[in-house]
Design a protein. Structure first.
Length: 154
């Protein structure tokens, strides 16, 4: 298992010129580099957003999904793959149960984006095992905007 020390990442981040975190830039990265596509926000129940301490459901504005197998083979944490419960008929479904099964099987990664100013991405959450994608998005979304206290991850 890979352990990320967010405090160290934040210290390193402060030394660099911040990368753009405007909504268009982050969305283009997801679409162009990761072949992500937008799925309806209601694919994940509103109640699940409300119960998730890592997101602010009032600021959520988009939900993306990655299911390109070549991309997934590069970004999914292989130690976390468990394809029990996943079936091929879930391939084109994007409801809550299918998304969870895809995430657990390494067949899909979902990303929720938040903006509290309607201009910049101020928080995100990756659903599914992809530390590589989390680290990449942390380069663009400044850790000081993230809702969760980075000391919780040390």
């Amino acid at each position: 298992m890979i352990k990320i020390n967010y405090s160290d990442l934040h210290t390193k981040y402060k030394k660099f010129k911040p990368l753009p975190n405007d909504k268009g830039t982050i969305e283009r990265i997801l679409v162009d580099k990761y072949k992500a596509f937008e799925i309806p926000l209601y694919s994940i129940d509103k109640e699940d957003y409300q119960n998730d301490d890592e997101v602010n459901e009032k600021d959520i504005y988009k939900l993306f999904h990655i299911n390109d197998q070549q991309i997934l083979s590069k970004i999914v944490d292989s130690y976390a793959i468990d394809d029990e419960g996943y079936t091929l008929d879930m391939e084109e479904k994007f409801d809550y149960d299918s998304l969870i099964a895809k995430h657990n099987a390494g067949k899909g990664i979902s990303i929720v984006l938040e903006s509290n100013d309607n201009q910049k991405v101020t928080n995100f959450k990756v659903y599914g095992p992809s530390n590589k994608l989390v680290r990449h998005l942390l380069c663009f979304v400044p850790p000081e905007h993230i809702v969760t206290d980075i000391d919780d991850f040390s």
